[in-house]
Design a protein around this ligand. Structure first.
Ligand SMILES: C[S@@+](CC[C@H](N)C(=O)[O-])C[C@H]1O[C@@H](n2cnc3c(N)ncnc32)[C@H](O)[C@@H]1O
Length: 279
């Protein structure tokens, strides 16, 4: 048997020794998860006795976090918008900016009975969140990674979101079809910038979800070819972009059939999304 107070103390020390920035919140998340309680309850349970099995589990999670493994992979799940998502290392951990993108899309568009494609879906986070809010939308999730799509399938079932799946390179699996709205958060980090990312990312998250050739523009360039064949009249496409990519992406999508183009900022004021609307 172990006393909670002692375990909390030694675990916090281990996390801090290994320079885990969010040591305290990682600690709370791990303990609350293993003990199946609220984080706030931990502080009323200081003298609580923890059995060996739970203590061992806590210790293995703390060790993994000490090696900078993201909490989301250790606990294998997270919340995104109003969906609980399961995660494996085959998928990128969805980011708060992407939740904002979902919010913007839902506010700016009436998607009732519309066809929506979430291209580069990863965990399925965007498409599932949209389908949960707009039940009548016909939502497709696509990715080049079969392993990622398996995670997305599990997540759609878990969230009761009846969506469709396509595997393949960008828009190729949709040949001959059209959407009213395409949302795409593709890899957009240049090889050079990837080297500057934190250990949490480079040691654990799938590199293929981050890196794009041509200074990070590879996937936008590819999608820009023949995109008009895939959109219904007045169809829209929303991209997530890197904070320094606004000018570059505007230049890629320079065909005359775009009736609107807009860069949208995130909550910290950085250029983060790109909206296009076709004639
Ligand atoms: C930045 S992640 C986005 C994941 C998820 N949509 C999100 O926002 O959290 C990019 C995703 O694109 C996928 N991907 C990479 N190359 C692709 C391609 N050529 N065609 C389709 N998907 C691709 C990766 O497997 C990865 O899941």
């Amino acid at each position: 048997m172990h006393i909670l107070k002692d375990l909390l103390q030694s675990s916090l020390l281990e996390l801090k020794k290994n320079e885990i920035q969010d040591a305290k919140s990682s600690l709370d998340e791990i303990f609350a998860f293993v003990l199946n309680c609220k984080k706030a309850d931990l502080y009323f349970m200081q003298n609580f006795k923890i059995d060996d099995k739970k203590a061992k589990k806590i210790s293995s999670f703390i060790k993994r976090r000490s090696k900078h493994e993201p909490l989301e992979y250790i606990l294998k799940k997270m919340w995104f918008y109003d969906s609980e998502l399961f995660l494996t290392k085959d998928v990128l951990i969805p980011r708060p900016e992407t939740e904002l993108l979902v919010d913007i899309i839902l506010k700016e568009n009436d998607l009732n009975n519309k066809t929506v494609w979430d291209v580069c879906t990863g965990s399925g986070c965007i498409g599932i969140a949209i389908k949960k809010k707009v039940a009548s939308a016909k939502v497709f999730l696509s990715d080049i990674s079969k392993k990622a799509l398996n995670v997305a399938k599990k997540n759609s079932l878990h969230n009761g979101a009846e969506v469709f799946f396509k595997v393949g390179d960008l828009l190729n699996p949709f040949k001959g079809q059209k959407a009213d709205l395409i949302v795409c958060n593709p890899p957009y980090v240049s090889e050079e910038d990837y080297g500057l990312l934190s250990k949490e990312i480079t040691d654990f998250e799938p590199k293929g979800a981050f890196v794009a050739k041509n200074n990070g523009f590879e996937f936008y360039q590819k999608i820009s070819k023949n995109i008009e064949k895939y959109l219904n009249p007045k169809g829209r496409i929303y991209f997530e972009i890197g904070k320094d990519q606004a000018d570059g992406i505007k230049n890629i999508f320079n065909d005359p059939f775009w009736r609107a183009k807009k860069i949208i900022k995130d909550l910290s004021g950085k250029n983060r999304f790109f909206l296009l609307e076709i004639e």
